[in-house]
Write a protein that binds this ligand. Sequence first.
Ligand code: ZN
Length: 410
Amino acid sequence: MVFKCQEDSFLTEFTSKVIQCEETKEPIIEYGKVLKFEGYQVILENTILFPAGGGQPHDVGWLNDKEVVQVLRKGDQALHFTKEPIEAGTDVVQKIDWSRRFDHMQQHSGQHLLSAILEKDHNLPTTSWWLGAEESFIEINSTSISDNILQIVEDTCNKLIQLAIPVTVKFLKANDPDLNEAHTRGLPKDCMDTIRVICIGDIDENMCCGTHVSNLSQLQIIKLLGVEPGKKGKTNLRFLVGNRVTKAFQKMLDREKALTGLLKNEPSKHEELVTKLQKNLKVTNKNLQNVLSELAQYEIEKIKNTQPKPKYVFLFKKEANPDFNRAICKGLENEGMFVFVASEDPDKPKEGQIIIQGEESDFKALGQQITDILKGKGAFKNGKFQGKVGDLGGINKCKKLVEDYFNNVV
Ligand SMILES: [Zn+2]
């Protein structure tokens, strides 16, 4: 069956009769994400809501005032997923979420154009494609594509968009000799019952069930974002078409504005400034490392010289690092003391690292309670516990625990 949306992809409102309405628990797939659903599947005499297929995601819309959250193809019928039932025999007004659909049309027709140019001009055939929530990609049967070719492909596509070349749909019978002309590009064969060919001027003919623009100028612009390795022997070419380019550009402008505020200088200076900051940070970190190392030696001497000799050491320095903690433990290794050191993770406040060192009997008495309070993970090995903690909020409670324990132990 050829759906109304495939006859005229620009229809946004249409009246049709409900044939069937059944309960369903089939999940909703939203750009590859699987979402639980419980509701109804409605079949109509015809539909302007596109059921997912040929790489194009499903439409969403309304049947009267009832929301349609997914449309799937089953055989030659379309199942409309609604939260509420609609009685069979009812005439309903179908409405479509046009901004979502037009976006899909721009990405899908854009894909056809890109695939055609890649194959015709550069012998780079498309083996599959993916339309994502923010970006799309074409899987190309090649291990690499040069930046130079990408630039030429983008320029060619945008020139053809400027020429406003018509995009038309041909319906062919299975024995039509014209059929040999049209590609399938190894794309999903879920719509093969309807032999529908999308033609871009005399540039491309391609079998497809999707909804398309009627003229390349409706694509506005194609922007290639780059390539990345795909499956074995394939390369994924990421791209944006039309409104998505404008949206992505606005996001980049917002980020640039935020960076201009942070770096207090114009965008052309950002790279230079960040490089400088990174260099400075490296030097500062090295200096801090040296200071912490000296501080660790100072702490060790101070503890060693304390009279009477302390039974335990409890040290929490937020700004310390694992090296500092390890140096303290090493320096006090043979002093017969219970040592607890902790530091905070600079990137995740409240989380951090602890080391406990001492007699196994003391650890047995305190270890479990300390790791419980601080939500720690690790093991006691060779007279030492070393591990990560998830909540340094309980550090004072631990300090009290250790103090009480050693003040009561004879
Ligand atoms: Zn297609």
